[in-house]
Unconditional design. Structure first.
Length: 135
């Protein structure tokens, strides 16, 4: 699923997908905030990428809890001078090593920040206390 708030970009993606004969790829026009909270939306993704967005800690929590698969990756292409945003503990995201790069003709470095969501099926829980008494 390719999601973008710009109808022009979604239309372009639809043409590219059709011309290349790609199967199983859907284009959706909308904002990620609306998509994540859409009633009945149960879609989960193993990879979510974002760019050109101001990322807040609550955004990471929403994405992790509503749309990212366990063990999935979230990558954010950040502009110059952007640091890694804080992550709410409830998101269950672990930051990976950021990647820095420069664009041709632009001296200011940019970064890609990546997080991995913990796999909830591998969560270790403490055993229940044994019951005392008979029977």
């Amino acid at each position: 699923t390719l999601l973008d708030a710009s109808r022009k970009k979604v239309s372009f993606l639809a043409v590219v997908v059709a011309k290349l004969g790609l199967k199983g790829i859907h284009q959706v026009h909308g904002r990620w905030e609306d998509f994540a909270h859409a009633p009945g939306n149960r879609m989960r993704f193993s990879l979510i990428t974002m760019r050109a967005v101001r990322l807040e800690p609550r955004h990471l929590s929403i994405l992790a809890n509503h749309t990212l698969d366990d063990d999935g990756l979230f990558a954010w292409w950040a502009g110059p001078e952007s640091g890694m945003p804080a992550v709410e503990p409830s998101a269950g995201l672990t930051p990976l090593e950021p990647c820095s790069y420069t664009l041709p003709g632009i001296d200011r470095p940019r970064s890609v920040f990546i997080w991995r969501k913990a796999d909830s099926s591998n969560t270790i829980t403490a055993p229940k206390a044994a019951r005392s008494g008979r029977g």
